[in-house]
Design a protein around this ligand. Structure first.
Ligand SMILES: Cc1ncc(C[n+]2csc(CCOP(=O)(O)OP(=O)(O)O)c2C)c(N)n1
Ligand SMILES: [Mg+2]
Length: 620
């Protein structure tokens, strides 16, 4: 096969070829519209001449569209190759003001597309900045290729002082506990293989971040001989796990004979056909379905079979009751089956038959406990839910969709005359109206009953790792992937989350990535006020001191000004319920004209009853 040439492009003599670019273009949401930004003058380079040119070719062949980065001398060779050899296209650099937002942007992009983009972070220090965001992506099982650099590994080549402090013997050790794979290749050809492997492993379920650490000397070295081209796609074959037929049959038998089955709809894809198949399965067996705000939309929340409303911590009483009464439970890669059962049954083991569909165990390791407790499972199906659900439907045979008597859900009642997060959600819902909308992030104070999820892109899930500060960057990355899709990306961030990740906004402003960020600003790290309240109650100490070391006031921070300072449009602070909807309408108009807009809404502190109850548990 001849080497791939970009259509109408300059087409340097690449050292890898790819036949995968056409399929990439066919994806509906991949943000492929930033080509007008940051155009370098043509460098006239048309053949790989340096080690990092080979790495750049490999990134293009791996179909990496964007590299979110914060720059550094450790990868100045690669940076030059991306700009002057590949012309800053496929992949295109996205400048970020902090490594944490570079990685978060890659995370958000993967949440929409299901595919890895790259993030580049400088030596040990950039990687140190990136770590929390990498952990978030790991816990969220989102693919990305992280490029790093070190060295020169050969001490003789190091500049005094700075190259020494920025060289580490085992830099990958910083992130090995929460990446799927890492490598430090010693030659351009080995680096090419490492990039293809990193991309392949990241995109293969269970997905997650991978890290390739590029020796500065290897990048900057002149190629002494031509690198023989390879056909990249053959080194990244698609991997599919197929369920064992006898286990599917056993699971179908359990579900068919169950009187009160429950489906826990967890980590699933953004695919519309898979969404419909889950609905068909639930209707076929008349299963009640619970969903979870920790992960993206998995089932229509206003379907009669959906129980309660989704939450992040703590479930609604309807979901708890359904699980308590269940005689069969089907987990579609639910994030925490053991914890959910514990919150319903305590230490007792439920008598319901439990079917688990998951590939997650393939990446559990000894460093991170994010794999959660070990649940009792009667039938374990080792594949992704998207594959298992149609197989289960087929094994169930012909069936008639059953009707259900469950009541239609209502939005939260707005009894309080103080401005709460429920008021915020109510006005936002009305301002958004009929527009297709993707909630890219929600605050801890968000009430899952406030919104209808009716499409797999309606909600994209949480930060994954509970690392506060991920919301803005993840939302910028998701908005990048949604750009041009006709969907309105909307993030609802806590003020603590917003403030920690606020510089991600500049990247959206610079590349004209439309996004609405609403800050549920309770002027506090309120989550932890509840924890201090709990401590005070347990120790019989004054509860009224719970705010000390938690409140973000005196001075109040002008969040809209922080947005404006970076080229975003800032609205608020909104302090009255009456102003909410009109302010959101103005902000949405700004977003629809291509801007990133931020609305600061001053809300009363408070969480849902289910969340508060789950958080303030007694220590056991
Ligand atoms: C990086 C990081 N630091 C601290 C915490 C502990 N923590 C959990 S929630 C929270 C408060 C977040 O504040 P905000 O985003 O304003 O949400 P609120 O609880 O006020 O609704 C904190 C500090 C964390 N999870 N991650
Ligand atoms: Mg807060």
């Amino acid at each position: 096969m001849p080497p791939f040439r970009p259509p109408g492009g300059r087409g340097p003599a690449e050292t890898v070829s790819s036949n995968r670019s056409d399929s990439a273009k066919a994806r509906p949401a991949n943000g492929g519209t930033l080509s007008a930004f940051d155009r370098p003058v043509p460098a006239g380079v048309n053949a790989a001449g340096f080690g990092s040119d080979v790495v750049a070719d490999a990134l293009r062949a791996a179909d990496i569209t964007y590299i979110a980065l914060n720059p550094g001398a450790s990868y100045r060779g690669l940076h030059d190759s991306l700009v002057n050899y590949l012309g800053n296209e496929r992949p295109q650099l996205l400048l970020c003001l902090h490594e944490e937002s570079a990685v978060a942007i890659a995370h958000g992009y993967a949440k929409v597309t299901g595919r890895a983009m790259a993030a580049a972070v400088h030596s040990n220090v950039g990687l140190m900045h990136a770590t929390m965001a990498i952990f978030n992506a790991w816990c969220d099982r989102m693919p990305m290729v992280i490029l790093g650099a070190t060295g020169p590994v050969d001490a003789v080549k190091r500049r005094p002082w700075i190259d020494w402090i920025h060289t580490a013997r085992d830099q990958g050790a910083l992130v090995r506990g929460y990446t799927k794979w890492d490598d430090q290749p010693a030659s351009p050809v080995a680096a090419r293989e490492a990039v293809l492997r990193a991309n392949w492993i990241a995109n293969t379920a269970p997905r997650g971040p991978t890290y390739v650490n590029l020796d500065a000397e290897m990048q900057e070295s002149k190629l002494t001989e031509a690198v023989p081209p390879i056909e990249a796609a053959r080194f990244m074959p698609p991997v599919k796990n197929v369920p064992a037929p006898d286990l599917i049959q056993q699971a179908a038998d359990i579900l068919r004979s169950a009187k009160r089955p429950v489906i826990l709809a967890g980590r699933v894809s953004r695919d519309v056909d898979a969404w419909k198949a889950r609905i068909a399965l639930a209707e076929a067996i008349n299963a009640r379905v619970a969903t979870d705000l920790k992960v993206a939309a998995a089932f229509p929340t206003h379907h009669p079979l959906h129980v309660g409303s989704p939450g992040t911590i703590g479930m609604t009483s309807q979901a708890v009751d359904a699980i308590r009464e269940a005689d069969a439970i089907l987990s579609l890669d639910w994030v925490d089956v053991a914890g959910t059962l514990k919150s319903v049954f305590g230490t007792a083991v439920p008598s319901a038959h439990i079917v688990q569909v998951s590939v997650d165990h393939h990446l559990h390791n000894g460093w991170s406990m994010d794999y959660q407790g070990l649940p009792p499972v009667d039938v374990f199906i080792d594949c992704e839910p998207d594959v298992a659900v149609p197989a289960l439907l087929a094994a169930l045979g012909p069936h008639r969709a059953q009707t259900t008597t469950e009541q239609k859900k209502e939005f939260p009642k707005l009894s309080n005359d103080k401005l709460t997060v429920d008021h915020l959600a109510d006005a936002l819902r009305k301002a958004v109206g009929e527009r297709p909308t993707s909630l890219t992030h929600v605050s801890l104070s968000w009430n899952g009953a406030s919104w209808v999820f009716n499409h797999p892109l309606d909600y994209l899930g949480s930060d994954g790792g509970g690392g506060v500060g991920g919301g803005p960057g993840i939302s910028v990355g998701a908005a990048l992937a949604l750009k041009g899709s006709g969907r309105l990306p909307v993030a609802v961030c806590g003020d603590g989350d917003f403030l920690m990740g606020v510089t991600a906004l500049w990247t959206a402003a610079h590349y004209r990535i439309p996004l609405l960020i609403v800050v549920a600003n309770n002027r506090s790290f309120f989550n932890d006020e509840l924890h201090q309240e709990r401590m005070a109650r347990m120790r019989n100490r004054p509860v009224e001191n719970r705010w000390v070391g938690q409140r973000i006031s005196e001075p109040d921070i002008d969040l809209a000004a922080m947005a404006r300072a970076q080229g975003a449009q800032g609205f608020g602070p909104v302090t009255s319920i009456a102003d909410l909807q009109t302010t959101f309408e103005k902000a949405i108009a700004a977003v629809e004209s291509g801007a990133i807009a931020v609305v600061d809404v001053r809300v009363e502190p408070g969480y849902t009853a289910a969340m508060t109850a789950a958080m303030t548990r007694k220590s056991e």
